[in-house]
Ligand binder design. Structure first.
Ligand code: AMP
Ligand code: MG
Length: 473
């Protein structure tokens, strides 16, 4: 049987200035690194033989029904507005309606230059491609809304980065859509109200059929994004580059550039080499998403008949975001310490643990996973300082039923630790895909104890600690 993708391309039907039709640029010797068979099935894709998958998911052959295009968008990058970004190295092949009736984008990333490439080469190297593959699939298994990875293909061509010549690769990304806050900003910056209205209608129909008009859209996106960021915090995730062009209207996590998970807990942790101010630090993510949603609100105002009234109501919606995120935070962190419905009275217990963890340089994931055992105590530089807290917690959790199962379902045993990702990439570049396969496998059941994988729970040795992550992907 040969590959079949049941495309139905709604974005391509939007007006021509929403995108540029362009085919992926062929590569020398495509070689399939990984294909996500389970996801393909969910998408209604009939997989073909391996060489055909390599041809199609490298961009060498455009599959039947695809209408490849690069999307136009703008965005605030580290607070500075760029009115013309767009897909500089991605091609949307098209959309399918999945087995749940959800429309999903299928996009190649690293598939060659487009009119939006500016100074870039339109390519990606194997490291970030495999990194995104593993981390996005892990996030999905952790229960965090995210784009998915359908395929990774090595191109057989070098990509030149600061480190020198690196092996090129193409990732196939699946998303509810690739529409971003920056897509709205693109048309708002051009004062193109007709396009804004078209985009608003498209998004409402596609993502928020229950919502009404620009105000309903803003409210719905604000809710999803606030919940998303609370989920990130609950698993120790730092996105690293929360620019408005990397904030999806669907509420999925998108763009795994310099992202990283916490090992030792510290609220101000930053990994990205270019985030000198800590704008996208772990504990600043609720502030940043609120700021990004304010940019969405600003872009939507021109659609409102009474703009002054709109500014007042939109401001209220944006100002409510930290409260929504914080309520979700309390619920999620409550569950992490075993509470079915944490209330404000429990906040101090959670905050005090986090303070102890920061001071005691405790491992975020292992402390929560092992709270009930001596292993948690051992996470702290001075274990004795943990004891009074543990006594308080034991008294509180004694009032709950089923707390142990609740904690096991809220506290992953396995996260994609930065040093393991680095080791996996080094192995893959040397031709050994076994660590990649193993990480994918173990991380597909992150809440399950897997004794044969306990080495993947271990925090990095001092020599293994990844200090910085890079955008130069
Ligand atoms: P990102 O930081 O990955 O979200 O990318 C920001 C912008 O830079 C987007 O418009 C990307 O398409 C573009 N971009 C990133 N890397 C490349 C590249 N290697 N070639 C062309 N454009 C790129
Ligand atoms: Mg981006």
């Amino acid at each position: 049987m040969s590959l079949h993708i049941p495309f139905d391309n709604s974005y391509a039907r939007l007006p021509p200035h929403f995108h540029t039709r362009i085919n992926p640029k062929p590569v020398r010797t495509p070689q399939l690194l990984r294909f996500n068979t389970a996801l393909a099935e969910e998408l209604g894709i009939t997989p073909g033989p391996e060489d055909e998958l390599a041809e199609v998911f490298s961009g060498n052959r455009v599959p039947g029904g695809a209408i490849p295009l690069a999307q136009a968008y703008a965005g605030h990058q580290f607070g500075g507005f760029n009115p013309a970004l767009g897909d500089g190295r991605a091609n949307l092949l098209g959309e399918v309606v999945d087995s749940n009736g959800q429309r999903r984008d299928i996009q190649l990333k690293g598939s060659g230059p487009t009119p939006y490439s500016r100074m870039g080469d339109g390519r990606a190297w194997m490291g970030p491609v495999l990194r995104e593959y593993v981390i996005s699939e892990a996030m999905h298994a952790l229960g965090v809304p995210t784009t998915r990875a359908l395929a990774a293909v090595a191109t057989g061509e070098p990509v030149y980065r600061e480190q020198g010549a690196l092996p090129g690769a193409v990732l196939t990304r699946v998303a509810a859509s690739h529409i971003r806050v920056g897509t709205f900003q693109y048309f708002a910056a051009r004062r193109d109200t007709d396009a804004l209205q078209t985009l608003c209608d498209h998004v409402l129909q596609r993502h928020y059929p229950q919502a009404e008009g620009p105000e309903g859209l803003l409210r719905a996106v604000a809710q999803r994004q606030a919940e998303l960021v609370a989920r990130w915090l609950s698993v120790g995730f730092i996105h690293g580059v929360m620019n408005t062009d990397n904030t999806a209207i669907s509420g999925e996590t998108i763009d795994y550039g310099p992202c990283a998970f916490l090992d030792t807990y510290h609220p101000q942790t930053v990994f990205s080499s270019i985030d000198a101010q800590g704008r996208y630090a772990y504990d600043n993510q609720i502030n940043v998403i609120t700021w990004n949603l304010a940019q969405l609100a600003t872009s939507l105002v021109p659609l409102m008949p009474d703009q002054e009234a709109a500014i007042a109501s939109f401001t209220e919606i944006v100002h409510a975001v930290p409260g929504i995120a914080d309520a979700e935070w309390l619920r999620l962190f409550g569950a992490k310490i075993g509470l079915a419905a944490a209330t404000e009275a429990d906040r101090g217990l959670i905050d005090d643990l986090l303070t102890l963890m920061a001071e005691g340089r405790a491992d975020f994931t292992n402390t929560f996973r092992n709270l009930a055992s001596a292993q948690a105590r051992d996470q702290f530089l001075d274990p004795a300082r943990f004891d009074p807290w543990q006594a308080r917690w034991q008294a509180r959790v004694a009032q709950e039923t089923g707390w142990q199962a609740r904690m096991d379902a809220a506290n992953p045993a396995f996260i994609p630790r930065n040093h393991r990702i680095e080791q996996m990439i080094n192995a893959a570049v040397a031709g050994d895909m076994a660590p990649f396969e193993r990480l994918l496998d173990v991380l597909s059941h992150p809440y399950q104890d897997q004794p044969e994988a306990h080495d993947l729970m271990r925090p990095p040795e001092p020599s293994e600690v990844v200090q910085q992550t890079f955008c130069g992907t």
